[in-house]
Structure formats: structure tokens, C-alpha cells
Design a protein around this ligand. Structure first.
Ligand code: PAF
Length: 280
């Protein structure tokens, strides 16, 4: 596995193989788990060469404590990538990616005003800038993102469309622990007691899905039931629960065609902010 820390050396290498190989890009912020290695495996099946970027992107953090606490485990990550069969790791420094703070601002319109956009102002500007930079640097054929960050997928789909990037976006399913907790780099910051409590997000989502899809309850009833579930547990602070069209991110007024309704939620558990969603 090759490891590059500068844009120029990575570009030189990729330019030397590009005419004969397809390239899959898996952008990450490190602290890799099985969710990431599944992205690598999917990318390996569909491309000749897989490039994984590891970069904790300061521009997408609206909370300095969150940035400081974000786990950084580069050597362990590289070992996992090697085992997963990744071909190239790109692990630039902040100075390499941003010699100066970017002047560019990205605004994703309505996508910014709801869910993650509403609670993390500026977050998608930072995601858009770094993903545009990575796509420009790597020039992959395909780029892989996890469904857990569903709104991020919608933002990046729009970025690719608006900037006419000639790449395919591949959304991969959320990978869960045995008890249902969605895998996330932030789970490492949970205490063992919190780790036990964290399954409440998946329980809330499965309860909501049943109420909507089997019991014929309205969106208002379902959102109230989820809100009550969290209100009864002082360990949590629910930030939002929304039922939306998974493609347009507009609020869903009724149950849509199969695979189109998404229930999304975000909640704080101690110092850790967790998000999750189910599409049905
Ligand atoms: O999902 C993430 O880990 C990040 O938001 C991404 C896409 C790597 C951009 O920094």
C-alpha cells in the first residue's frame, strides 16, 4: 500500500496509472471502523485502484471542542486499510490541504436549512469544499460514502451535479454493531455506560418505522412518540427527528414508494453527538 502526504506526489502517482486503471475514492476522517472497511471492499470490487483519504477536515467542524475531541489514529488506520486491501492512502496535513483558509464558500440552499444543516451551520460548506478538493486531486471514476450520513450524500450528489464532476457517487449501506448501533468514529468517545445506552437511537428508529409502515400512524404521531422516548431518558438530548423523502430531503407528508422514506435523528449522549437514519 502506498502512502502519500502531499498533493503533488499523489497526483504524480495517479497520473502514471490513470490511463490503464479505474480509480475509486473513499474519503474519510480516519478512526476507521468496519463501516469504512466495507466502503473500501465495495470500492475494490468496482475499481482497479482504491484511494482512501484520511483527513480530519477543520473547515467542516462548527464546534472547536468537537474538532479537538475527534479521534486521530493514523497508524492503526493504515494497518486496517492494508488488511482491507486498500492500494493508496492519502493523509495530508492541514497546511497541505489549506495553505491558507479557503476563501470559497459553498451554499447548498434548502439542504442547509434542515436537519444537520440547521444544527451545524457551515458544516456542509466545509464538507463541500474538502470533497471538491479531494475529487479534483484524485480525479476518481467513483467515490464512496456511507448512508449513515444521508444528508451528506445528498449534498455531495448536488455538488457533483452542479460542478459536472465526471464521477459516479456510490451510497453504501450503514454498517451496524450487533445490537444495532450504527458504526461511527464518534462511538469511540462514548463511555462504556454510554455505549450501552446508545442503542436507543436504533430502537427509536425501528419503533418509528413500525409505527409508520405497519401501524399506519401519522408522521406527527411518530415524531411525538420518538420525542417522548428521548424525553424520558435524562442521558439524552434529542436534537431532531424528521421523516423525509430520502432523495429530495423534503419533509415526507405520507409513506412514499418503497426505499424513499427516511427517518433521521440526531441526539447528544454525554459529550457525543450521534446521528442515524433508516430508509424504508
Ligand atoms: O464523512 C466523513 O467522514 C467526512 O464528512 C468526509 C466526507 C470525509 C469529508 O471530510
Amino acid at each position: 500500500m502506498y502512502r502519500f502526504e502531499t498533493i503533488n506526489t499523489l497526483r504524480q502517482y495517479l497520473n502514471s496509472i490513470r490511463s490503464e486503471k479505474t480509480i475509486g475514492l473513499v474519503p474519510t476522517m480516519g478512526a476507521l471502523h468496519e463501516g469504512h472497511t466495507t466502503l473500501i471492499e465495495t470500492a475494490r470490487q468496482e475499481n482497479d485502484v482504491v484511494v482512501c483519504s484520511i483527513f480530519v477536515n477543520p473547515v467542516q467542524f462548527n464546534n472547536p471542542d468537537d474538532l479537538a475531541r475527534y479521534p486521530r489514529t493514523l497508524e492503526e488506520d493504515c494497518r486496517k486499510l492494508e488488511v482491507a486491501g486498500c492500494h493508496v492512502v492519502f493523509a495530508p496535513s492541514v497546511a497541505e490541504m489549506y495553505p491558507e483558509p479557503p476563501m470559497l464558500r459553498m451554499n447548498f440552499g434548502e439542504l442547509e436549512s434542515i436537519l444537520e444543516g440547521a444544527f451545524r451551520p457551515g458544516h456542509f460548506n466545509g464538507v463541500g469544499i474538502v470533497v471538491a478538493k479531494l475529487v479534483n486531486i484524485v480525479q476518481p471514476d467513483r467515490a464512496y460514502f456511507g448512508q449513515k450520513d444521508l444528508q451528506q450524500v445528498a449534498v455531495i450528489r448536488r455538488l457533483i451535479h452542479d460542478l459536472s464532476f465526471p464521477i459516479e457517487l456510490v451510497r453504501c449501506p450503514t454498517i451496524r454493531e450487533g445490537d444495532g448501533l450504527a458504526m461511527s468514529s464518534r462511538n469511540r468517545n462514548l463511555t462504556s455506560a454510554e455505549r450501552g445506552q446508545a442503542i436507543k437511537l436504533f430502537q427509536a428508529l425501528t419503533m418509528a418505522r413500525k409505527m409508520l409502515a405497519e401501524d399506519g400512524r401519522s408522521n406527527i404521531q411518530v415524531k411525538a412518540a420518538v420525542t417522548d422516548l428521548f424525553a424520558g431518558d435524562p442521558a439524552f438530548r434529542l436534537e431532531y427527528v424528521e421523516i423525509i423523502n430520502a432523495d429530495t430531503f423534503q419533509p415526507a407528508s405520507e409513506v412514499l414508494a418503497p426505499g424513499q422514506t427516511a427517518i433521521c435523528l440526531a441526539a447528544h449522549l454525554g459529550h457525543v453527538r450521534l446521528i442515524d437514519n433508516l430508509i424504508f
